[in-house]
Design a protein around this ligand. Structure first.
Ligand code: CA
Length: 224
C-alpha cells in the first residue's frame, strides 16, 4: 500500500508519515500543493492525505485537478477548522473523507481502513489462482483452505502478483506499487521479499505458483 501526504506543516507531515509507515505503508510527502499535484498525477497511490491550506496551490484546487484528471484515488482531506461548511464543500468536491486537526494516527488509520473496506467491497472481488485465494475485504489469504499469515509488504506483493496472474510482473512494477520513492532500487529487497513470500505460499506445496522470469521479474500462475 502506498500513500501520498501533502502537508506544508513539517511536523504534521512527519507525524502522519511515521504513523502510516508503522502500518506498513510506503509514504511520499509533498510540502506544497504544486509538487503534491504533480506526484499525485505521476505516481500511483492507494490513498492521498491532503491538507487544505497549502502554499502554491491550495488543497481544494489540488483535489479538483486530481478529479478533473479522472483519478479516482481515495482522498482524505485534513481540515484545520471544524466548520460544517468546509466539510460539505470538500466532500462535494470529490474527497472521500476528512479528519479535523488535531487528530491522532489511530483516527486517521481508522478512516483509511474504512475507505479501503468501502472501495474493496465495491470494486475488488476475491482473487483466486489454483488453490490460492486472497480476499481484499478481509485481507485473508488461504492456500488449500489453510490460512496464511503475511506481513503487509508480502500481502501487497501477493496482491499485485494475483491481480496480474498469468502476466509478468516486473521489478519496476513491484517497486512502484509496494515501496515509496526513497526506495533504493539497487538493493535486492524485492528479491528478498519475493523469496519470503514464496516460503509462505509455495514451500510446503508441490505445485509452485510463483515463477521467476529471468531478467524480467515474476509471474504468478498455476501453469508455468
Ligand atoms: Ca497547512
Amino acid at each position: 500500500m502506498r500513500a501520498l501526504v501533502v502537508e506544508d506543516e513539517k511536523h504534521i507531515a512527519k507525524f502522519v508519515q511515521r504513523g502510516l509507515r508503522e502500518h506498513s505503508f510506503a509514504v511520499d510527502v509533498a510540502h506544497d500543493g504544486e509538487s503534491g499535484l504533480s506526484l499525485a498525477l505521476s505516481e500511483e497511490y492507494d490513498v492521498i492525505i491532503l491538507d487544505i491550506l497549502l502554499p502554491r496551490l491550495d488543497g481544494k484546487k489540488v483535489l479538483s485537478a486530481i478529479r478533473a484528471d479522472g483519478l479516482a484515488t481515495p482522498v482524505i482531506m485534513l481540515t484545520a477548522v471544524d466548520s460544517v461548511r468546509s466539510k460539505v464543500e470538500v466532500l462535494d468536491m470529490g474527497a472521500d473523507d476528512y479528519v479535523t486537526k488535531p487528530f491522532s494516527t489511530s483516527e486517521l488509520m481508522a478512516r483509511i481502513r474504512s475507505l479501503h473496506r468501502r472501495s474493496t467491497a465495491r470494486q475488488q472481488p476475491e482473487l483466486e489462482v489454483a488453490d490460492l485465494a486472497l480476499d481484499p475485504a478481509s485481507h485473508q489469504v488461504t492456500r488449500g483452505g489453510r490460512k496464511i499469515e503475511l506481513t503487509v509488504t508480502e500481502y501487497s506483493l501477493l496482491y499485485l502478483l494475483m491481480e496480474n496472474a498469468g502476466h509478468p510482473v516486473t521489478r519496476t512494477m513491484i517497486i512502484e506499487h509496494v515501496w515509496d520513492r526513497n526506495f533504493d532500487s539497487f538493493t535486492n529487497v524485492v528479491d528478498v521479499h519475493v523469496s519470503r513470500l514464496r516460503g509462505k505460499i509455495d514451500r510446503e506445496f508441490d505445485k509452485k505458483l510463483i515463477h521467476t522470469i529471468k531478467g524480467v521479474g515474476y509471474v504468478l500462475a498455476a501453469e508455468k
